[in-house]
Design a protein. Structure first.
Length: 263
């Protein structure tokens, strides 16, 4: 694939809005990094580290392994970024597509995770720490047993997704990528990503709906809503197990309308 040499007009991008300005900044950063600019490499790391870590955590279920793999991803990036080439992505087939870099970086992470899982001879597990941290503390053995059963059923439900559904859920809720970004990474249209996400969440809803309604409605929902902690629980600073639960059950209590923006 040939690299596109035409210069991007920064003024036109500035007029187009913040997203285009950020895209132009990424193009500039990557091109500088390709020429050995250590500050640009550092900026790229800061921009993508959290997403790559969350994706690895979602897939591996272990924070230490996720940290180690995240470091490996960026070491691999530094070793090979000089071979990265932009892909045309505009309607005229000439404009540079900024999503090409995140797709390339994701493929590095995906390949390293796949290699790790094969070496460990086990399937990747979803970390449920974020869900457990929002379940209420209780001295009631019955409540504890109910919470433990919920975590077990959540793990089983997530494990029951197809590989492609699991990838979409991991990228959307594990790393916070948009539908368009996930589509670029998986080579699917944005509409296909929406369909895969919908089918995955419907499956989680069918499997978990009654249990969540019982556990959450009785013990947790009122507390989260009343203290306005819902969006904190779903924030980018947390692993996304709880976000997936919210998205999967957004039709159960009417007050969960806030979660619809995540879907």
């Amino acid at each position: 694939m040939q690299e596109h040499d035409e210069q991007v007009d920064g003024a036109d991008l500035a007029e187009a809005g913040t997203d285009h300005t950020q895209s132009y900044d990424l193009i500039s950063l990557v091109d500088a990094a390709r020429h050995g600019d250590s500050a640009a490499l550092s900026d790229i790391y800061e921009r993508f580290c959290d997403r790559i870590y969350r994706y690895a955590l979602f897939k591996l279920g272990d924070s230490q392994q996720a940290e180690d793999l995240c470091a490996q991803v960026f070491l691999k990036m530094m070793e090979s970024i000089n071979r990265f080439e932009w892909r045309p992505g505009g309607g005229d087939g000439r404009q540079i597509n900024p999503a090409a870099f995140s797709s390339w970086l994701y493929r590095i992470a995906h390949n390293l995770i796949t290699d790790h899982v094969r070496r460990e001879a086990r399937r990747p597990a979803v970390s449920l720490d974020s869900v457990a941290s929002y379940l209420p503390d209780s001295k009631d053995p019955a409540s504890d047993a109910e919470a433990a059963l919920f975590r077990e059923q959540l793990a089983i439900a997530l494990d029951g997704l197809t590989d492609l559904q699991a990838q979409v859920i991991a990228l959307k809720f594990g790393s916070g990528f948009s539908n368009a970004e996930v589509g670029q990474m998986l080579g699917r249209s944005e509409g296909a990503i929406k369909a895969l996400q919908y089918s995955a969440l419907q499956k989680l809803h069918r499997l978990l709906g009654p249990m969540i309604e019982s556990l959450i409605a009785k013990k947790l929902w009122a507390e989260l809503v009343s203290k306005k902690r819902l969006m904190t629980a779903c924030s980018a600073s947390q692993p996304r197990g709880w976000t997936i639960v919210c998205a999967a059950i957004h039709s159960i209590p009417p007050s969960c309308a806030a979660c619809c923006s995540l879907v």
